[in-house]
Design a binder for this molecule. Structure first.
Ligand SMILES: Cc1ncc(COP(=O)(O)O)c(C=O)c1O
Length: 222
């Protein structure tokens, strides 16, 4: 193995005999003109974002969601955004009016609050309750707050950052039902769904009931 590496290095730097330098990508010859031309065209375009999503992108998400989280989703349900925080902002802009109230459960990942305020809405806090070595949801308080007709959205963090709770099926069911009863759209930030210690099981809230799925935007990322 070592001999092999040395030969390639020597071929690259000293042009030994007829060795061809198949090194990582540092070619020692000029690239073909059509490639230079294609690069020039791309550079002249001036927009360098990830603009193409091939089928493999969707199949990776569909496969992961099915194999790891037991939920069969369809390609048409998936919408690309440049991040979870942008997704939350787009959801607020698309589904709320300025002046609407949006429920979050503090302490929570701070961009939730900023996204609400930056889009002209009001934060309604359903504070998590410290209970020994973990935090719980005050479901009675949540029920009261969701009843307010000015509340149009609830942004759930599941699993929760920073309190590290993996919500149980029972808790998620209650949240799902309360949102439906009060006509409140649920945004479920599930970006941390892969970071769950053994003994816990992450449940995607939208996967637990078709009615919840119809009322939920689930946000994930690789
Ligand atoms: C709960 C939560 N949502 C979203 C993000 C960031 O998402 P993105 O970088 O895709 O906007 C983080 C990052 O720490 C997070 O903790």
């Amino acid at each position: 193995m070592i001999t092999f590496v040395l030969l390639i290095e020597r071929g690259t730097f000293f042009g030994v005999g007829d060795l061809l330098p198949f090194w990582v990508a540092d070619m020692d010859f000029r690239v073909a003109e059509p490639i230079i031309e294609a690069l020039r065209e791309r550079v002249d375009h001036g927009i360098y974002g990830y603009t193409i999503r091939q089928d493999s992108y969707y199949y990776a998400i569909i496969g992961w969601t099915k194999n790891r989280l037991g939920w069969e989703i369809e390609k048409e349900w998936i919408e690309y955004t440049p991040g979870v925080v942008p997704a939350i902002n787009y959801a607020i802009q698309a589904l709320c009016e300025p002046g609407d109230k949006i429920v979050i459960q503090q302490p929570v990942y701070y961009p939730f609050k900023n996204s609400i305020l930056n889009n002209g809405c009001h934060v309604v806090n359903n504070p998590l309750v410290e209970n020994g070595d973990h935090y719980d949801i005050d479901l009675a308080d949540l029920e009261e707050k969701l009843k307010d007709p000015k509340v149009t959205m609830f942004i759930l963090c599941s699993p929760h950052n920073p309190v590290s709770r993996v919500w149980t099926e029972e808790e998620l069911r209650r949240i799902g039902e309360l949102c439906l009863e009060n006509n409140v759209v649920l945004i479920s930030d599930e970006i941390h769904n892969d970071l769950v210690y053994s003994g816990n099981k992450h449940i995607m809230i939208a996967s637990s009931d078709e009615r919840f799925a119809m009322n939920t935007i689930t946000c994930t990322a690789p």
